[in-house]
Design a protein around this ligand. Structure first.
Ligand code: APR
Length: 168
């Protein structure tokens, strides 16, 4: 039975098989968690990202973890929030679904997600928590190699929102 848990903290410190990066379509780094992951991973990460040819919103690509505690980084590009009537929830669900599919392809046991799109991209946190957890639960209705899926909250608002949804 795969465990889903919410932890408070910095995703770059987690010793897991893969951490997920909330990237932008260039995959060449940015601010927020993207910046933190690239800073912690070192220059090897962006060098590999340069070979990937970018990433569409909702898609996911995998690289090594370099100097990170995690073995791999799964880069996904979340939707920018435009009010909710431009397919944002379906695109956010695709980020989680495609990241989990990559984890299965690579036979990973543990994966950690930040709150994708909940920073610069402005996705409302309660709605994003619903999308994240329902998509993860849907994935885990099928046989999975995953032992643990971790939702990493960088602040209390995200932590509380994820805990509330998980408790439902
Ligand atoms: N560990 C875990 N979560 C973090 C960390 C960290 N070290 N740093 C930031 N976060 C959280 C933020 O608090 C937010 O809840 O990650 C969530 C996602 O926020 P952003 O990093 O701003 O990502 P997003 O909203 O998806 O916007 C992506 O921002 O950094 C740029 O290049 C990135 O253009 C892309 C855009």
């Amino acid at each position: 039975m795969t465990e889903i848990s919410v932890v408070r903290g910095d995703i770059t410190k987690l010793e897991v098989d893969a951490i997920v990066n909330a990237a932008n379509p260039s995959l060449l780094g940015g601010g927020g968690v993207d910046g933190a992951i690239h800073r912690a991973a070192g220059p090897g990460l962006v060098a590999q990202c340069r070979t990937l040819g970018g990433c569409e919103t909702g898609e996911a690509k995998i690289t090594g973890g370099y100097r990170l505690a995690a073995k791999a980084v799964i880069h996904t590009v979340g939707p920018v929030w435009h009010g909710g009537d431009q397919g944002e929830s379906a695109l956010l669900a695709s980020c989680y679904r495609n990241s989990l599919a990559l984890a299965e392809e690579h036979n990973l046991k543990t994966i950690a997600f930040p709150a994708i799109s909940c920073g610069v991209y402005g996705y409302p946190i309660p709605e994003a928590a619903e999308v994240a957890i329902s998509t993860i639960r849907e994935h885990l209705n099928e046989p999975s190699n995953l032992e643990r899926v971790i939702l990493v909250a960088f602040n209390d608002e995200i932590f509380d929102a994820n805990q509330r949804v998980l408790a439902d």
